[in-house]
Design a protein. Structure first.
Length: 240
């Protein structure tokens, strides 16, 4: 059984990844906060589900362990977009972003580790952001949190090799419900799209495709990597 645990499965990227993996024959164990959305997703793609908030340790552990004794993959598709100048960022902002993005990822891998080890060969995919490598104003809190995710990924990739591979996907702005405040305005969306060499914003399935590859045997010799899915924004300058 090729069971893959998707945490944040009802979000834009999580649901796209769940659908993509299910269509290729994987059994999805979907975890999210919204029971109704989870039920709808499971009705569509099959598999199993469990309700949990990643900031609540006990339910998260129970939800992950309910996937069963073995799992060939884990994707932590949880994130936040908290954009404020540093003068307005509170300790609570920083703690919330760290808990959602970094601590939740750490705990999820820790709780899933017995099942991942039992599979004999497994893959973990975490999510960062282009803002870690590039550096953007008003991104101090989320940049810190996602920078921690990249550090976590590298440490886990070293510790868990050779049986478990660990990689990170770092998207640029992607059209998902989480990013609606930035993409809902056509004018703002067009302005941000123009900053990318490929002249568009990301779609959830662009990011899901990369994550699905990293969870598949096709990426069997890839670990410890941050894969940019960012329309070229992190590394290319087409003008000047």
């Amino acid at each position: 059984m090729n069971t893959i645990i998707i945490i944040g499965a009802t979000g834009g990227i999580g649901s796209a990844l769940s659908r993509r993996l299910a269509s290729s024959g994987s059994i999805i164990h979907a975890i999210g906060r919204d029971a109704a959305k989870l039920a709808a997703l499971t009705a569509e793609i099959g598999g199993t589900s469990a309700v949990a908030d990643v900031t609540d340790r006990g339910p998260l552990e129970a939800a992950i362990k309910s996937a069963g004794p073995t799992a060939s993959g884990l994707a932590y598709c949880v994130g936040s977009i908290n954009l404020k100048p540093v003068s307005r960022i509170t300790d609570e902002d920083v703690e919330r972003d760290f808990r959602l993005n970094a601590l939740g990822a750490f705990q999820s891998v820790q709780f899933a580790l017995p099942a991942l080890k039992a599979s004999g060969s497994a893959s973990v995919v975490l999510f960062s952001t282009v803002a870690v490598a590039q550096g953007f104003a008003s991104h101090a809190s989320i940049g810190m949190a996602k920078g921690a995710v990249e550090g976590l990924m590298l440490s886990l990739a070293a510790e868990l090799a050779p049986k478990i591979r660990v990689n990170c996907v770092a998207p640029s702005l992607t059209k998902t419900p989480l990013a609606a405040a930035l993409t809902g305005s056509e004018q703002m969306a067009a302005a941000i799209a123009a900053l990318h060499p490929l002249q568009r914003l990301g779609e959830a399935d662009d990011v899901a495709a990369a994550a699905a590859f990293l969870l598949s045997p096709d990426s069997a010799w890839i670990t410890g990597q941050v894969i940019g899915v960012d329309g070229g924004r992190s590394s290319l300058r087409t003008k000047g």
